[in-house]
Unconditional design. Structure first.
Length: 260
């Protein structure tokens, strides 16, 4: 099997992949509370798994490397529950810029920041332009569960996409890290629905702690979760993102005006 993990390869092998114009997937997640039944590393684990699967699909035809996952993001809204790390916006941007600069200094030119945490979405949308301008390279960003949203909708019983510690995230964790799911607490793992798309609409908003929205720390209903559903959800997200990258997006138009 072709090795795809950056930190499992030698520098010599990475130089060869950079020369071959390999895509680098940089997974970014969060370490934060995920209700009474899931570990704090859910976003880290699932985003890393999706990137691994995408790379495995692409590797036979398209050289690709999965960088080590950035496990900390923007999660102030989860702090009230404990167990949460969070960066300031300025620190998060600085860390991402330096990680991308390191990838570019290693000779790579195509970077996709693959996000697995809802709280990072708005910042990454803004960072895309800034990173591209400051680093003079076509940095792309994507949230894996938004890329696979249409396919996920048909697989979920009670929601349109990922919420938080919900049917979707719990199912995917059951599929890849079943030992980390506390099945004995699933009966408590439910809360009001949360519309990620609605949260991104530019209307009047104020910061609200997740503790104000749901006493359990869960948005959605994890009681509907299953490992089989999780496997299908992961397959759907992997297929959607792999198809996008295999088609040459987003670099085909972007690279025309950017130094190679």
């Amino acid at each position: 099997m072709t090795e795809i993990a950056w930190n499992r390869m030698s520098a010599e092998r990475l130089r060869a992949l950079a020369t071959a114009d390999a895509i680098v997937l940089l997974p970014v997640g969060s370490t934060e509370q995920h209700g009474p039944h899931l570990p704090t590393g859910v976003d880290d684990f699932l985003c890393s798994e999706v990137c691994r699967r995408v790379a495995a699909q692409l590797a036979p035809d398209c050289p690709v490397v999965v960088a080590p996952t950035l496990w900390c993001g923007l999660a102030d809204h989860h702090v009230a529950f404990g167990g949460t790390f969070s960066l300031s916006l300025a620190t998060y941007y600085a860390v991402l810029k330096d990680l991308c600069r390191s990838i570019l200094n290693a000779g790579f030119r195509r970077i996709v920041i693959v996000n697995g945490h809802g709280g990072n979405i708005q910042a990454l949308a803004t960072f895309t332009g800034e990173l591209t301008r400051e680093l003079n390279a076509p940095i792309a960003t994507v949230t894996y569960f938004m890329e696979g949203r249409e396919a996920m909708r048909g697989l979920l019983e009670d929601q349109d996409g990922v919420m938080h510690a919900c049917e979707a995230e719990t199912s995917m964790m059951m599929a890849v890290h079943p030992a980390l799911v506390d099945a004995g607490r699933l009966g408590e793992a439910h809360g009001p629905k949360f519309d990620i798309m609605g949260s991104l609409v530019p209307e009047l908003k104020m910061f609200r702690s997740f503790a104000e929205l749901t006493p359990s720390g869960v948005a959605g209903d994890a009681r509907k979760a299953s490992a089989e559903k999780g496997r299908q959800l992961l397959d759907a997200c992997t297929a959607a993102l792999a198809a996008r990258l295999r088609a040459g997006e987003p670099w085909a138009p972007a690279r025309q005006g950017i130094r190679q």
